[in-house]
Design a protein around this ligand. Sequence first.
Ligand code: ADE
Length: 230
Amino acid sequence: MRIDIISCVPATFSGLIDQSILKRAGEKGLAEIHIHDLRDYAINKHNQIDDYAFGGGAGMVLMIEPIDKCIAKLKSERDYDEVIYMSPDGKTLSQGISNELSLKKNLILLCGHYKGVDERVREHLVTREISIGDYVLTGGELAAAVVADSVIRLLPGVMNDETSALTDSFQDDLIAPPVYTRPAEYKDWKVPEVLTSGHQAKIEAWRFDQQVERTKAKRPDLLNRSGSED
Ligand code: ADE
């Protein structure tokens, strides 16, 4: 899988992407992330990429031309499945969306800034809009990194333990069961006995019970989901 991220503050990604799971996925040849500086597509020698909003109002708007040129260049090099605009008013990211995107081959993630992008970018160049939650960030960069991480970790071979992505919270609309490691007793806090019993069927049944109980207690909204909002 290849993800191209278009940003006017590309430095945000250094350390985010060249570390962590994304680095490992790159080294294994499973995923590539390429960051593109929107200023490389500026319309004039002043490196201009934004301008005042028609009709007035505070805040600058990212211009359509640099974005169009950057996307056109990428599209001339390969086909893309999606051009995704990171925006607080997009569809909220869910495990279902990440699962779906993990099946794609090439994605473009466009990061907005300031007051956003010229609306014609959204009308003509973008195939979907994703938000990472109902709050406003200074730009789409952190949101794009969240999407890239949540998608790339699902690719077969990226995680060391192949099954662990499937047992994540939200994968089946249940949150994950609690996990423990050695020592089995610390101070007088004990690990649930079933986990050290060696009885695998009982352990699985206990884990499932815990998932249901914890979901009821912490995220009852997940139990009423039809799955249709993915
Ligand atoms: N850009 C600014 N805020 C954002 C959010 N919450 N999600 C995605 N992109 C954003």
